[in-house]
Design a protein around this ligand. Sequence first.
Ligand SMILES: Nc1nc2c(ncn2[C@@H]2O[C@H](COP(=O)(O)OP(=O)(O)OP(=O)(O)O)[C@@H](O)[C@H]2O)c(=O)[nH]1
Ligand SMILES: [Mg+2]
Length: 198
Amino acid sequence: MPKGADAPRDQLPQVAVAGRSNVGKSSLINWILRQPLARVAKEPGRTRGLGFFLVNRRFYVVDLPGYGFARVSQQLRAEWGREIHRFLVDSDRLAGVVCLLDIRIGPTPLDQELQRMLVDAGRERLVVLTKADKVGRSARAAMQRTVQNDLGLPKPPLAVSVKSGEGRKELLAELSRLLAMQTEKQRSDGDGTEEADQ
Ligand SMILES: Nc1nc2c(ncn2[C@@H]2O[C@H](COP(=O)(O)OP(=O)(O)OP(=O)(O)O)[C@@H](O)[C@H]2O)c(=O)[nH]1
Ligand SMILES: [Mg+2]
């Protein structure tokens, strides 16, 4: 865990929010929380380190620094930090990763790389298009199809906007589904110990 990340030691499940710098991660977290706790950037690269926010005393949402800001071309892993990579791959409390894409831009090579990393790690992904207020209906539908195809998703990604408020209910429903799966997994992992069998 990165130094100063203030990672909680309890057993509550966690959901991470990942995406390029400026895609709207911190804004989306504040929108979920209905409180301005995560810092929203005036300029990209604002969020540093991991931020853990407790939601309804049920789960944590984890704000991550964005990738893709540095001009130097580097691998996602190197740029983003090995510790964040390790958190996403190894954390046994992590229910899944909400992967944000700007609805006007779609998946960039770094987004594709993150997707591959999550698939390889067997992580649940919840791909979400941000800033839906910035495009019209047909551009939105076209991007939903493109992203579904490019990333091999079972259904079109949700489109949300913190400005118009659309997509919040649907996003919360998807998060509940991920959290229920994780709670079940933690329960069965806990029951399967040798001590419990004896
Ligand atoms: N129009 C519109 N703007 C948005 C929306 N969501 C975020 N923004 C704007 O996008 C900019 C970046 O938002 P942040 O939430 O700071 O983005 P971030 O992904 O946390 O950025 P980093 O911490 O730098 O990685 C801010 O100016 C937000 O106001 C949205 O749904 N609609
Ligand atoms: Mg941020």
